[in-house]
Design a protein around this ligand. Sequence first.
Ligand SMILES: *[C@@H]1O[C@H](CO)[C@@H](O)[C@H](O)[C@H]1NC(C)=O
Ligand SMILES: *[C@@H]1O[C@H](CO)[C@@H](O)[C@H](O)[C@H]1NC(C)=O
Ligand SMILES: *[C@@H]1O[C@H](CO)[C@@H](O)[C@H](O)[C@H]1NC(C)=O
Length: 414
Amino acid sequence: MKPWVSVLLMAFSVLCVMQIVALYSWLPNKYKKDLNSCLSIENHISISSRETLGEKFKQLTKEGKNLGLSKAELVLLLDQALRESQNGEVQGFGSKKEESIPFRAGTVDQKVVESIVTYPWSDISNPINPHDYELVINQPNFCNKDGLNKTSVFVLVLMTSSPSNFKQRDIQRKSCMSLSQVYGRNFLSLFLLGDSGNEKISAKVVEESFKHGDILQENFQDSYINLTVKIQMGMKWVSMYCPQAEYILKTDDDVFVSLSNIAQLLEKAPRKNYYTGYVYTGTKPLREKKYKWYVSEEQYPRTIFPPYCCGIGYILSGDLAPKIFTQSLTIPYIYLEDVFTGLCIEKLNIVPKVNPGFFVDKQDYDYCTFKRAYAVHVNKPIEMFKYWNNLAENTANVTCKVRMEHLRHRRTFG
Ligand SMILES: *[C@@H]1O[C@H](CO)[C@@H](O)[C@H](O)[C@H]1NC(C)=O
Ligand SMILES: *[C@@H]1O[C@H](CO)[C@@H](O)[C@H](O)[C@H]1NC(C)=O
Ligand SMILES: *[C@@H]1O[C@H](CO)[C@@H](O)[C@H](O)[C@H]1NC(C)=O
């Protein structure tokens, strides 16, 4: 072999090793785009435990700075690489190391992400109301289906649901949540679940998540009292995995929502510090234990709640997710999730926008109400699919007295 060939080969191998060791920090800017495929090579990421992965992340972060990529971008890339290298499934990323439930592809422990990315809540060292739960079902790439090119998300629907409500979720998927584009804008919908405490149900939920990829679940017990925990989970998730969402609609699985009406409403709505729904003003906490909505003076010493939007459906501009989650850590726990969200909003000095298009009392189907509504709390959620079809069928031949336009003009009291 000619000496210059060996020198060249040596140079190449040195470069190659350096590239791997320095984790691509030598790549010139123009190759940044290729980093994605670069990272997807199995050899570089062998995972035996969460800890190993954490180390890998830390190493990558250190070196990745040279590439000018943000930490969040690196996390996303690694996540994607993981997904590809593991052929769709990652084993053993449960809250306990020995667990081997096959989690959704690309499930990277949220704590690992939090340990390397700085979030607005990173500074809060002694939270009054900590949120020490972990995602057991995550959809980290739900809002990033196009890799580094972030998918634009106009509205992200966060629908609370209880683990055993399989049928109701399917009805929602086939009706209200079936719209993924309205007027060329992207709508994405996710269900928020806690833990059922029942193995059979949990296994079915995992299966459902594989099939539909639209479930988030954390390891707190799913209960009415824990609804506020669920909202914290949603706000935190959006902050970490879908920060580009322009709006968030929080709703429940027994609520009929019209994404097309919401699309119209939001076309002209403020993009920041926006919080709208059916607003309760001057509500007093119920101090007698016999009530379902009892709140003790220790929990909440003030005599009235700040204005808040009823939990059946409210809309937030996306910028509020990290702000609300951060505030939520500093406010004593109240299980009334909508009041609690209102308290976070109050701390942010935001005034809720009154909107008469949210129908909070449980109702039976009525074409004209449903046609003009943004959200309706329904009496028989199991029939929602029927309502959905009826609305579509009658659109051409039924005229309602109050049209959306009138409704929108009326929504300015408050
Ligand atoms: C990302 O966007 C760039 C520029 O618009 C485009 O060329 C590229 O194909 C996109 N990549 C993906 C994965 O969509
Ligand atoms: C809320 O969740 C926590 C964590 O799983 C659990 O310890 C607690 O009992 C739950 N509360 C209720 C009332 O279900
Ligand atoms: C409107 O038309 C549809 C289909 O053409 C029909 O099924 C429905 O009954 C009509 N509604 C009313 C109120 O006439």
